[in-house]
Ligand binder design. Structure first.
Ligand code: FO1
Length: 319
C-alpha cells in the first residue's frame, strides 16, 4: 500500500487525460479514479459505459488519439454491415470496442456488478490504478432541451449537442449509492488529495455530486479537494461546456465554475490564459498552463496540482 493515495473524480476525455498524468507520476497503487456513469446507456442490446471505457483505453494507452474515445487502430466492419442493412449507425461502435461492450453486457446479465467487471477489465488491460464506477446502481443523465428531454447520448452524439440546454437531471441518483470502491477510496486513511478533473462540471461531474452521501465522504476524508478548470481562455478544450454554461444563463468564466462547485472544493487550478479572473475567485488559486497537448503536459499538470493540494494541507495544518 502506498504511503499516500489520490482520488480523481472524472468524466470522459479531459478527465482521463489528467488521470493518465496522475498515473504516470504516482506509485502504481496510489491512484483511484471514480468515474461518471450517468452517460451509460443500453444500445443495440448492449450495455455501454462510455466514460469508463474512455478511462480504460486512455490509461492502457489504447485510446484513439483523434477522438479521445474508442480504441486506436480500430476497424469498423460491424458499422459498415449495419449501414448496408439499414441498422442504426448514429452511435459508432468499432469492432474492437464491441468486444468490451459484449463482454460487459454478458457479465452484468450473469449477475456481476459494474465495479467487478470494470476492475477485471482494468487488470486485463494492465492498468495499476483503480477504476471505480461512481455507483453500481443505475443513474441516467437526462438533458432538458429546446426539443424536449433527451437521453444523454441522444443529446451528445445523435443531436451533436445542438439543442439548447435548459436543465439537467440525474434519474435514479437520489436512490443510488456511491460504489463500495468509491466509499473505500474516499475513506482511505492515507488519502492526500481529491482532484475534480477538468471534465464538464454540469454533464460529467454533477452526476457524481448528485449521489447521496458523496459530499459528506469528500468532507470526512479530510483531504483537500482541488478542481482543475475545464475552461482555457474562456473556452472548453473539447465538448459543450461553454455552450451549456451560456444556455443556462451563466457567464462563461472560471469564476462561474468555482461558484458552481461552491463549498465542494478547497482550491482551484486556473489556466494562465484566464489569469484576469484570479481576484474574483474566493479561494486559493493555482495559476498554470492547463492545456494537455501531450503526455509531458499531463504529467506536469498532475504534478503541480498535487503540489498545490499538498500546500493546501500545510496551510490547513498551520491555520
Ligand atoms: N462520441 C461521439 O461523438 N460519437 C460516437 O459515435 C461515439 C461512440 C462511442 C462509442 C463507445 C464509447 O465508449 C464512446 C463513444 N463516444 C462517441 C463518446 C461518448 O459518447 C462521449 O464522449 C461521452 O459519453 C462523454 O463523456
Amino acid at each position: 500500500m502506498s504511503s499516500h493515495t489520490v482520488v480523481a473524480l472524472s468524466g470522459g476525455v479531459g478527465g482521463a487525460k489528467l488521470s493518465l498524468g496522475l498515473l504516470r507520476i504516482l506509485p502504481p497503487d496510489a491512484l483511484s479514479i471514480i468515474v461518471n456513469t450517468g452517460d451509460d446507456f443500453e444500445h443495440l442490446g448492449l450495455r455501454i459505459s462510455p466514460d469508463i471505457d474512455t478511462t480504460l483505453y486512455t490509461l492502457a494507452d489504447m485510446v484513439n488519439p483523434e477522438t479521445g474515445w474508442g480504441q486506436r487502430d480500430e476497424t469498423w466492419k460491424f458499422m459498415q454491415e449495419q449501414a448496408q442493412r439499414g441498422g442504426e449507425t448514429w452511435f459508432k461502435l468499432g469492432d474492437r470496442d464491441l468486444q468490451v461492450h459484449l463482454e460487459r453486457t454478458r457479465r452484468l446479465q450473469s449477475g456481476e456488478s459494474l465495479s467487478a467487471v470494470t476492475a477485471d477489465f482494468a487488470r486485463r488491460f494492465g492498468i495499476a490504478a483503480e477504476i471505480l464506477p461512481m455507483s453500481d446502481d443505475a443513474v441516467s443523465t437526462r438533458v432538458a432541451t429546446s426539443e424536449g428531454e433527451l437521453g444523454f447520448q441522444e443529446y451528445f452524439v445523435q443531436r451533436q449537442c445542438q439543442p439548447a440546454v435548459s436543465g439537467l437531471r440525474f434519474a435514479g441518483a437520489a436512490a443510488a449509492r456511491p460504489s463500495a470502491g468509491a466509499v473505500a477510496a474516499l475513506g482511505a486513511k492515507n488519502l492526500s488529495a481529491i482532484i475534480l478533473c477538468p471534465s464538464n462540471p454540469w454533464l460529467s461531474i454533477d452526476p457524481l455530486r448528485a449521489l447521496p452521501g458523496m459530499r459528506a465522504l469528500l468532507r470526512a476524508s479530510g483531504a483537500p479537494v482541488v478542481a482543475v478548470s475545464p475552461l482555457v481562455g474562456g473556452k472548453a478544450v473539447k465538448g459543450p461546456t461553454a455552450k451549456i454554461m451560456a444556455e443556462l444563463g451563466l457567464p462563461v468564466t472560471p469564476t462561474a465554475v468555482v461558484r458552481h462547485y461552491a463549498d465542494w472544493i478547497d482550491g482551484f487550478v486556473l489556466d494562465v490564459r484566464d489569469a484576469k479572473y484570479t481576484d474574483e475567485i474566493d479561494m486559493p488559486v493555482l495559476l498554470t498552463d492547463t492545456l494537455m497537448r501531450d503526455i509531458a503536459d499531463r504529467r506536469r499538470l498532475a504534478s503541480v496540482t498535487l503540489e498545490f493540494a499538498a500546500m493546501l494541507t500545510v496551510r490547513r495544518a498551520i491555520a
